[in-house]
Design a protein around this ligand. Structure first.
Ligand code: SF4
Ligand code: SF4
Length: 166
């Protein structure tokens, strides 16, 4: 009995002089691993056009049925994304999402990306639905906002040429 107590105290004593590993969250945060899957964002091209073309492949790939996409037609006078269509509605239900990343893998334009934000908490179910406005990243240039008017035929291709298809 006494030996066990001494062993226990020795273990405690051994750890007294080791550096503390407790992080005072939320005042301090620890960087996540590069491949960490956090909250999704919808990306834009450098010119401000949205990468999402409303194809719904992400929704089809999602095992949790967490994504809802509704597509509408682009015109050169009112253009959101390259190609024929854009996502007029894009929603992710974070209560369903299991952060598997299948949506990211399925996306042909690399529009949906799981980034490093893990601070997701809600007081009601409605707040757990991330709509397009919450997901879409801001444009690099404030003047490049969608929809935009572009020259006729300038953005006919929905999927850009890949730099390194391999
Ligand atoms: S990360 Fe997985 S579960 Fe979450 S929306 Fe994407 S495919 Fe669905
Ligand atoms: S995020 Fe990608 S896969 Fe999903 S609708 Fe948009 S373009 Fe298609």
């Amino acid at each position: 009995m006494v030996i066990e107590i001494i062993k226990g105290l020795a273990t405690t004593f051994k750890h007294v002089f080791q550096p503390r590993i407790t992080i005072e969250y939320p005042e301090k945060t620890r960087p996540v691993r590069p491949r960490f899957h956090g909250r999704h964002v919808l990306k834009r091209y450098e010119n401000g056009l949205e990468k999402c073309i409303g194809c719904s492949l992400c929704a089809a790939a999602c095992p949790a049925d967490a994504i809802f996409v509704e597509a509408s037609e682009n015109t050169d006078a009112v253009r959101y994304s390259p190609g024929e269509r854009y996502a007029s509605v894009y929603e992710i239900n974070m209560l369903r999402c299991i952060f598997c990343g299948y949506c990211e893998d399925a996306c042909p334009t690399e529009a949906i990306v799981l980034e490093h934000d893990y601070e997701l908490s809600y007081y009601d179910r409605e707040s757990a639905i991330y709509v397009k406005d919450r997901l879409l990243v801001p444009s690099a240039d404030e003047e490049d906002i969608t929809p935009m008017e572009v020259e006729q035929g300038e953005f006919d291709r929905a999927i850009p040429d890949m730099e390194d298809p391999s």
